[in-house]
Design a protein around this ligand. Structure first.
Ligand code: CA
Length: 459
């Protein structure tokens, strides 16, 4: 069933947490994303609790349940993770109750003696990975036609798109163990690299990646799984999705170029993937749905199992996505991060419903806590390209689509300190931000997905 726009999206709703009423806030009470708090006591023991976010404040739902301000008779959400909230269908009702609790005129929590144990300034709370601090499994798609065309043009100028692209959502299985929360440092990987353009120029060596890149992606999280052997119908796909988050799929381009054939990405991708701290739920995203990207005349119609009226009319999501870069020198000199790109998730060729349906179409079991990422989100214009590989291009990066000029050098990005970047340097911080805006609705956002590059291990 589609997620409906209802009274929980009323733009006039305001909170007694004043920072939530700031029109620029990512977290008005129309949003109420889910995250996971990691608490550590003086003995070093740690525990997890589910949180939501209102304005500048984090709300600990376990502490809220203990206060019994909102009845939680069956302990449905107090002591279990986000996965339990998602899988058992508790969330829509809990979201409504939370919205009421934080509404301007509701005094139950505002004047409660336990308030300071439940509602805390966000900067004082440690957050882990949003899905109860672990990801069950991770798959990365390749769903942007613009990204696939741009990257294909570099490697195969005469034949940028392979014949399967417009028929099948392309993906590979990633590695859940190296998914890290926003703010965790990312160590430059080492790997096999060719010293020249091809093997004819010299045998591979082992050393630090020289062409380190980010990939701007959007993730979506499975809330309800399927039985092994039993596919998910396209008409029900979104019922299985809890919500969305921001993802940075760090990529070692030199390792990738040498290793990717014939089986696809491996060590170039699985050294780190950064995820933003909150899952913005599908309920909150309802006002920001868009038609699936229109297919050009002559493009194939997707096969029946990937087609539905809802998917065509409202399978897309309009999320504005921005990437910023800050070098160590910029931070030392107090310079603001520079924006590298700005695009929208509505420009994806394949929808989240199609990606999930295709993933389970062979009977593959999806489980609560699975993270599926979209692949690099790139748009039709240069300033909407979601990675440095596309932004600095070999040849003319300002042409659209980019013009391939064999043998030319990459065009670097200039930073306010006078530094230049073709790829990431040690100390660089990449910051991804995402938000949804639509006339007549409150803006909601995803917060930030951040990571700083650390030098490679000596070897
Ligand atoms: Ca990727």
């Amino acid at each position: 069933m589609p997620y409906e726009i209802d009274e929980t999206h009323d733009p006039k709703l305001e909170s007694w947490v004043e920072s939530a009423n700031d029109p620029k806030s990512d977290f008005p009470i129309q949003n109420l994303p889910l995250g996971t708090r990691v608490s550590i006591d003086d003995d070093g023991d740690s525990w997890l609790s589910v949180v939501t976010r209102v304005g500048d404040m984090v709300v600990d739902l376990s502490a809220l349940a203990a206060s019994e301000i909102i009845p939680d008779e069956d302990d449905e959400w107090a002591f279990f993770g986000v996965d339990a909230i998602a899988a058992d269908g508790t969330w829509p009702s809990l979201r409504r109750q939370l919205q009421q609790l934080f509404s301007r005129d509701d005094s139950r929590l505002r004047s409660h003696t336990d308030r300071d144990e439940i509602v805390m300034p966000a900067e004082e709370v440690g957050l882990g990975l949003p899905f109860f601090n672990m990801v069950i499994d991770y798959t990365d798609f390749y769903a942007s036609l613009f990204h696939a065309t741009n990257v294909g043009s570099m490697f195969r100028p005469d034949n940028p798109l392979l014949p399967n692209y417009k028929h099948i959502p392309i993906a590979y299985h990633g590695r859940a163990s190296t998914i890290v929360p926003s703010g965790a440092p990312v160590r430059r990987p080492r790997g096999q690299l060719l010293p020249g353009a091809t093997i004819a120029d010299g045998d591979p060596v082992f050393g630090p990646c020289k062409l380190l890149d980010y990939e701007l992606e959007v993730g979506f999280v499975v809330g309800r799984g399927n039985e092994r052997g039993s596919p998910i119908a396209i008409g029900e796909a979104e019922d299985h999705i809890l919500g969305m988050c921001l993802v940075n799929d760090w990529s070692a381009r030199d390792i990738q170029k040498w290793e990717y054939q014939p089986l696809g990405p491996f060590l170039a991708k699985n050294f780190a993937t950064t995820v933003s701290p909150y899952i913005v739920t599908m309920e909150a995203l309802a006002p920001f749905r868009t038609p699936a990207m229109e297919r050009a005349a002559g493009d194939p119609t997707p096969l029946g199992y990937l087609t539905s009226e809802h998917n065509t009319k409202a399978g897309g999501v309009d999320i504005t996505l921005e990437v910023f870069l800050s070098s160590a020198k910029m931070r030392d000199s107090g310079a603001e991060p520079v924006r590298l790109s700005r695009g929208s998730f509505k420009d994806m060729y394949w929808t989240i419903g199609q990606m999930l349906t295709h993933h389970a179409s062979n009977g593959c079991q999806m489980q609560p806590g699975d993270l599926l990422a979209s692949g690099t989100v790139s748009g039709p214009t240069r300033d909407a390209r979601g990675c440095l590989l596309e932004l600095t291009w070999d040849g003319d990066p300002f042409a659209s689509p980019p013009k391939v000029v064999p043998g030319t050098q990459r065009t670097p990005i200039k930073l306010p300190t006078g530094e230049e970047r073709k790829f990431l340097a040690d100390g660089d911080e990449v910051i991804i931000r995402g938000y949804c805006e639509r006339e007549g609705y409150r803006r909601i956002g995803f917060g930030e997905c951040r990571g700083i590059i650390e030098p490679a291990f000596e070897g």
